[in-house]
Design a protein around this ligand. Structure first.
Ligand code: TK8
Length: 346
């Protein structure tokens, strides 16, 4: 009896197993319901997870994962966990990382034309920057130079107007830059402009800036207010000047390898998601740049409002230094961007 019960059980389990496997076969044969392996975008940025750039990256992740029904998934990394701007862009070229969102300044090491945005006091306002970056042909033409470097520019986002902080003195006018050891991004034009102002600039990866200021190897740095506040630079910096010397755009960069492996439909979703998340990012970053200036004052920073006259003097000093880069950037690009700025300013 026991033996027959055992045989019946064995038979039942064989039949059940058979059913199971035939079901699996059906699904695979139809080729539809079988879950496709998702392709992963590893997205890395230098800023921390409090910054609007990271919040917008999460929004982009949400849009893309939803719109592609999970055929593309994101892994997001902040605070230079995947490396500094240059390292991440090189990883995009190699195809060992899929996305990063640097300022245009370090992109100029790959596509020199991008240095046009490093020209001090180029943009008079965020509204003008929007018109130039989101609507002009030249902004689009610049993105079109990226594929030759193994990268795709999906959209412009905003870092914002850069302000100066330091530990030595209140900087109100050009003469106050004298001998200040200022960290700049890795960008030749920025170095030259700060030298022209009499400062002693040095390029450094973003992740090292806080420690550099804490230990006194540098006196200061320059970044938009949102970054200064959210990275807690005020804990190691006393003076802030609203120089607004450069407006930094961000560019959402994708590796060309990942782009080429994507379907036209996925490519369209990626571009649209980057633009949509970009609108959100601009809104957040503008609110942050406004709000946190007061918070920095409340936290004890000495804030010096730089006058339009003082800015004009700084511009007059940096203009000739910048002129040396005209050939590298391309006179054509400079003229087109300046014309777009003028048209947008009307
Ligand atoms: C972070 C950078 C940063 C930039 C800088 O990766 O390096 O100062 O302004 O925000 O993009």
């Amino acid at each position: 009896k026991l033996l027959s019960l055992f045989l019946v059980l064995a038979l039942v389990s064989v039949v059940l197993a058979g059913c199971g496997s035939s079901e699996t076969t059906t699904t695979t044969d139809s080729g539809k319901e079988a879950p496709k392996e998702a392709r992963i975008i590893r997205a890395g940025i230098g800023l921390n997870d409090k910054h609007p750039q990271y919040l917008a990256l999460l929004k982009m992740k949400e849009i893309v994962e939803k719109e592609t029904n999970g055929s593309i998934k994101f892994e997001t990394y902040h605070s230079s966990q995947l490396g500094d701007d240059r390292g991440m862009m090189e990883a995009l070229q190699l195809g060992t990382q899929e996305m990063t969102i640097p300022s245009t300044a370090p992109i100029a090491n790959f596509v020199p034309e991008f240095s046009v945005f490093d020209i001090p006091f180029l943009f008079p306002s965020e509204e003008v920057a929007d018109k130039v970056l989101l609507e002009s042909d030249v902004a689009k033409e610049l993105l079109d130079k990226l594929p030759a470097q193994g990268m795709i520019g999906l959209a412009y986002w905003e870092n914002g107007f850069r302000d100066l902080t330091n530990n030595k003195r209140a900087v109100a006018t050009a003469k106050d830059f004298k001998d200040l050891k200022i960290r700049t991004m890795e960008n030749q034009l920025h170095l030259e402009a700060f030298r022209a102002l009499g400062a002693n600039p040095t390029p450094m990866a973003f992740a090292e800036v806080f420690t550099g200021m804490q230990q006194g190897t540098i006196d200061g740095q320059e970044n938009p207010v949102a970054t200064i506040y959210l990275q807690k630079f005020n804990e190691v910096q006393k003076y802030l000047s609203t120089t607004h010397h450069v407006y930094s755009p961000f560019v959402v960069l994708l590796s060309k390898k990942f782009w080429d492996e994507s379907t036209p439909e996925e490519q369209q979703i990626l571009v649209k998601a980057a633009q949509e998340a970009g609108d959100y990012e601009r809104q957040l970053v503008r609110e942050a740049n406004q709000k946190y200036l007061e918070d920095l004052k409340a936290a004890g920073m000495v804030v010096t409002e730089v006058t339009p006259e003082a800015r004009a003097e700084m511009k007059a000093i940096t203009d000739p230094a910048v002129e040396k880069f005209a050939d590298k950037i391309g006179k054509d690009t400079i003229e087109k961007v300046k014309a777009a700025v003028e048209a947008a300013s009307k």
